[in-house]
Design a protein around this ligand. Structure first.
Ligand code: ATP
Ligand code: MG
Length: 323
């Protein structure tokens, strides 16, 4: 049996003239988390739909849990969970009823389905809201219920399409913790995200997609290094200090510093950790130079795209029109 939980080879999906996927290949080893990272319209949802048997590829093949998604759709579905980008829970049932119903659909039997529902409500901080109709939930609560629903049958491969979009920072952190637990239990996860930070936090391996193509691959560290790592920056209080601060930043990072006179910003790439900030702060204090701001900025998806494609992340407006 394949050691890969997911294997996609040359996937192509066309909508009219447009190729939503234009030859996408990647594989996800069992028990790992893969982050499919890309801007609006990149093809993330299309890839997830093909891998979860909801859409058919025009070209290429894919296996999930060792099974061909086109030939063995039903068996694939029995082994996976999908939290789609749009909530799919029944609005006219309570959160608890939704989860129990799904358990019964999976033939768990009423008693076990109920126990599993209560366990998941607890895990997702929804115990108090469990008795309320899902339509009264906030966006973040609905998102959590959606995720709980995908876990009822303990799937071996989990697909999460932008799982944290719309969640507040606390809910996002809670969700990340839940995903850690699942991975610890051996679940393989493919998640899509527009945030490098999220892919960085969760994924062992990141596949960057743009216009239906894989444009980069690697762990977060490798991707960040490709874009020149993090940026050490400082904003001296007086413009007269710009050159001296630039000298310090250059010495500490070993990289040519950039100076933006208009915003009084000095910056340079660094692969050093937060200690470079401490070194700069010490040097500034020794020289009695006052700063308004100092820090380390991690690269964003924007930086990755700027480096890899030479263009910033562009919103694909046809996405909204097409839906
Ligand atoms: N059913 C469809 N009919 C026509 N075009 C589609 C359809 N589904 C997707 N597309 C097009 O395929 C491309 C990829 O869409 P997809 O939804 O996979 O992107 P995405 O990466 O998930 O974007 P987002 O971050 O906005 O969710 C887009 O240009 C979109 O307009
Ligand atoms: Mg999408």
């Amino acid at each position: 049996m394949s050691t890969h939980a997911i294997e996609a080879v040359g996937l192509v999906k066309r909508y009219g003239e447009k190729a939503a996927l234009d030859g996408v290949s990647f594989e996800v080893p069992r028990g790992t988390v893969c982050g499919l990272l890309g801007p609006n319209g990149a093809g993330k949802t299309t890839a997830v739909r093909i891998l979860t048997t909801l859409a058919k590829a025009d070209e290429g093949t894919a296996t999930v849990a060792g099974l061909d998604v086109a030939a063995n759709a039903r068996e694939v579905r029995a082994r996976i969970g999908l939290a789609a980008q749009d909530a799919t829970v029944d609005q006219l049932l309570t959160g608890r009823e939704n989860l129990i119903m799904i358990g019964e659909l999976h033939h768990l039997g009423r008693a076990i389905a109920t126990a599993r529902a209560d366990e998941l409500l607890e895990q997702f901080s929804l115990t108090d809201a469990g008795g309320r109709l899902a339509k009264t939930y906030s966006g973040g609560m609905r998102r959590r219920l959606d995720l709980a629903a995908t876990l009822v049958a303990r799937p071996e491969v989990l697909f999460l399409d932008e799982p944290t979009t719309g969640l507040d920072p606390r809910a996002r952190n809670e969700l990340w913790d839940v995903l850690d637990t699942l991975v610890g239990e051996g679940t393989t996860i493919l998640l899509t995200t527009q945030y490098l930070e999220e892919a960085d936090r969760l994924a062992d391996d990141i596949v960057v997609v743009d216009h239906g193509r894989v444009i980069a691959r690697g762990d977060a560290r490798a991707l960040k290094q490709q874009v020149g790592g993090a940026q050490l920056f400082a904003t001296p209080s007086n413009a007269a200090d710009l050159e001296r601060v630039a000298g310090m930043v250059g010495t500490i990072t070993g990289c040519e510093p950039g100076i933006d006179a208009a915003s009084r910003l000095v910056h340079a790439s660094t692969d050093g950790g937060p200690h470079v900030v401490a070194r700069l702060a010490d040097a500034l204090a020794d020289a009695r130079i006052a700063v308004d701001d100092i820090g380390l900025r991690q690269p964003t998806l924007d930086d990755v795209f700027l480096t890899l494609t030479g263009a910033p992340v562009a919103d694909d407006e046809s996405v909204e029109v097409a839906r």
